[in-house]
Each structure stands twice: as structure tokens, then as C-alpha cells.
Design a protein around this ligand. Structure first.
Ligand code: GTP
Ligand code: MG
Length: 386
């Protein structure tokens, strides 16, 4: 071990020594490599760390592959501006949606579990390509079934989730099963992570910042963490929390996902009553899009919902005196004029004078803005440079 480690590197090293799991060790080594000074005296140590990191990563990958069995069948290479996965019980109409939206040729059947491997297609949403994946149907207890781990890893991998609910079947049972199975696999929909962070440290005991947000004593938190074999940590709290929230925040396997609901077979008897039931039960937490593929109803709104669930926006550009670009740039929600400029050419930043915006993000059409201006979906940006 090198003698002259800076304080941050010393903390990371202690974290490495205290780490229990391979994932924690990987994170600690990465941190250590990031913050330590690199020179002749540390060269050997850095090389050792890199070797250890590579070995740990390979072991974790191997374990994952072993757990997943035929993992290669389910891994779907991402394409387009985002990947959305259709998740529902069997026979709810997932393949029918996929085929209709993308022209895919997934097998449709009136019998259970027609789709056994994920099916994929690309939806052309006004020139924005969106990848749609159909997950094999979920069922009660599917997490522990043979293909369960692969199915849930495909769901985790997607950028957003469409829950497919069949309006001709029992609504509550479908919602309960889907949410229950996803939750048991650590996938939480439309929920925010709890406002607390636990960062293990190499020493100093348990330090709590924002204690007033917690309805208990600092000892309650320390005892709780000790029970989890955490002796040294900084706990940062920035909103009302419980001990359960701390537990949740420490669980690296929990994934928070955006999700919408598509309610299918709106042409069948009883579907409007069931739709009302669904809205009463889930309308606060999920945007719900009722459709009938057979009657071609509600499809445009549903496509719009798919796009929105991805948290992306379309930005069109126009050079002064020319027409608006036909194909939009796709950016993350919250993107600024500067983000657009970066995608076009460095001169739009270097020689930037101002931009004119046409669209929802400005009060007046053609308003002049600076690089920091935050854009909205469908805005048109016109750059003026020196
Ligand atoms: N009435 C009606 N039936 C539909 C509609 N969409 C799909 N179906 C029928 O529902 C049945 C199941 O459709 P699939 O698309 O295979 O359902 P799935 O969810 O992919 O099923 P699995 O792959 O087995 O999980 C088929 O008989 C479809 O014809 C619709 O809009 N209206
Ligand atoms: Mg299917």
C-alpha cells in the first residue's frame, strides 16, 4: 500500500476494507481510483487495484449470467430514442399492440402465454423512433419461475414501462398481481426514492444531517444502522422519512421507473365500467390510456403517452430565413438552448449571440433567450451567432 494517500483516498480505502459484498467492493475501488493521486509511488498500487476491479467485475457478471440462465435470449439491445416495455398478464393484448404500433409479427393467440420470449419493434412517433418491447406475461409468483430473473432484468433495463390492463377482465386482480410481482423484484413505479442517503465512511461513527425530518431520535437511526452492520456512515436526510425509508435507500437493488397504463379491449362488454374502476383505483398514480386496437380507438393519445413516459422532448431547429428541420433532435426533459447548441456545432456556443424560440417555453413567439433557457417539447430554436 502506498504511504501517501490523500484524505479522500484514505476514506475510500477504509470503505473497501469494510465492504461486504462484491458490488460494494467494486464501488469502493472505483472511488479510490478516482480520488487518489497518481504518480510513480502509487503506480503499483493502482495496477493492483485495476486488476482486482476487473476480477470482481468478471465474477459479478458470471454470477448474474448464472442466475439468469439463458440470459442471451432476453437481453435486448437498445435502439431509437428510448425503450418502452409492455408488461401485463397473459392474453391482455400486448402482442396485438406491439404489432399494430410497429409492424412487428409477434404471434397473437387467444390462449395463455403465446409470447414466451421478448418481442421487439420500432414505433415511428412523428420521426422519433421508439423501441417497443413485449415482455413475456407476468403471473403470480413468476419471480421465482425459471425465466423470472430474465424477465425482470429486461423490465429493469427498459427506460419506461407500459402496464397492459385488459378491460374485459378483473381490473383489481391484474393491478394487484402486476404491482406485487414488480415490487417483489425491486421495481417501483411512479414513486420517488426516499429523501435520504446513507454513505458508508471509514470512521467517525454515524453522522446525521437533517435529523429534524425524522420523527425519532438519532439513536433510533444509529441502532437501526448498527443492526445492519453499518457503524460508520453519513446519513443525509432532506424530507420526512421513516426507518423503512432508510432501509429502502440502502437497497441498491431497488429501481424506480416511470410507468403508464394502457387499458385494452375497450370494444368489449363491460369495458367502460371496468375503465371507471381502473381510474378510481389507479388514476392518481398512473396516466391511463383506454384503447381498442380492433376499433382503432385511443391510439394517438396512447402513442403520445408512450413518448411522454420516456421523459424526453423534441426540439426543432431553423436557420434564419430557412425552413424548420423536419426531423427533431431528441433531448432529455429540462434540456437548455446550450444542450441543443452542443448537439449542432461548437460555433453555436462559441459565437452565440442569442436564440429565438417559437413554442411553449416562451411567452411570445420568437422571444430572444440565452444559452441557459430551458426548452419544452416541440419548441423551435433559431440560433443567431457572431
Ligand atoms: N376485442 C378485442 N380483442 C383483442 C384486442 N386486442 C387483442 N385482442 C385479443 O386478445 C387475445 C390476446 O391477444 P395477444 O395480443 O396475443 O395478447 P398477449 O398479451 O400478447 O398474450 P400473451 O403473449 O399470451 O401474454 C387475442 O385473441 C386478441 O385477438 C382488442 O382491441 N379488442
Ligand atoms: Mg404476446
Amino acid at each position: 500500500m502506498p504511504i501517501n494517500l490523500n484524505p479522500e483516498a484514505q476514506v475510500a480505502l477504509r470503505r473497501l476494507e469494510e465492504a461486504d459484498t462484491k458490488e460494494e467492493k467494486i464501488a469502493a475501488i472505483q472511488e479510490l481510483l478516482k480520488c487518489m493521486d497518481k504518480h510513480k509511488g502509487t503506480e503499483n498500487f493502482v495496477n493492483q487495484l485495476k486488476k482486482r476491479l476487473a476480477k470482481l467485475k468478471a465474477e459479478v457478471e458470471k454470477e448474474k449470467a448464472r442466475k439468469c440462465g439463458r440470459a442471451q435470449d432476453f437481453s435486448i439491445k437498445k435502439q431509437g430514442a428510448g425503450q418502452v416495455i409492455l408488461v401485463g398478464l397473459t392474453n391482455t393484448g400486448k402482442s396485438t399492440i406491439l404489432n399494430y404500433l410497429t409492424g412487428a409479427k409477434a404471434k397473437v393467440g387467444g390462449y395463455p402465454f403465446t409470447t414466451t420470449l421478448p418481442e421487439v419493434g420500432i414505433l415511428d412517433f412523428n420521426l422519433v423512433p421508439i423501441q417497443i418491447v413485449e415482455s413475456p406475461a407476468l403471473f403470480e409468483g413468476c419471480k421465482s419461475s425459471e425465466n423470472g430473473p430474465q424477465i425482470f432484468s429486461a423490465i429493469r433495463n427498459a427506460d419506461s414501462i407500459v402496464l397492459v390492463i385488459d378491460l374485459s377482465q378483473d381490473i383489481l386482480q391484474q393491478v394487484r398481481t402486476l404491482l406485487g410481482e414488480l415490487e417483489s423484484a425491486g421495481i417501483l413505479l411512479n414513486l420517488n426514492p426516499p429523501p435520504v442517503e446513507v454513505k458508508k465512511t471509514g470512521g467517525g461513527g454515524i453522522q446525521i444531517m437533517g435529523q429534524h425530518f425524522f420523527d425519532g431520535s438519532p439513536e433510533d437511526i444509529s441502532n437501526f444502522l448498527r443492526g445492519k452492520r453499518v457503524i460508520n456512515a453519513i446519513v443525509r436526510i432532506w424530507g420526512k422519512i421513516t426507518l423503512e425509508d432508510i432501509d429502502l435507500a440502502m437497497n441498491n437493488n431497488v429501481e424506480y421507473k416511470n410507468a403508464i397504463i394502457v387499458a385494452t379491449k375497450g370494444d368489449l362488454m363491460g369495458s367502460s365500467e371496468n375503465y371507471k374502476r381502473l381510474v378510481d383505483h389507479c388514476g392518481k398514480r398512473f396516466e391511463i390510456y383506454p384503447i381498442s386496437i380492433f376499433k382503432e380507438k385511443g391510439i394517438d393519445e396512447f402513442k403520445e403517452g408512450i413518448f411522454k413516459s420516456l421523459g424526453i422532448i423534441r426540439i426543432y431547429t431553423r436557420e434564419p430565413g430557412k425552413v424548420v428541420s423536419e426531423k427533431p433532435l431528441v433531448l432529455k426533459k429540462g434540456a437548455s438552448v446550450e444542450d441543443v447548441a452542443k448537439r449542432l456545432h461548437i460555433r453555436f456556443i462559441k459565437n452565440f449571440k442569442y436564440a429565438r424560440i417559437y413554442g411553449k417555453s416562451v411567452k411570445h413567439e420568437g422571444e430572444k433567450v440565452g444559452l441557459e433557457h430551458v426548452l419544452e417539447d416541440n419548441d423551435i430554436v433559431q440560433f443567431y451567432v457572431n
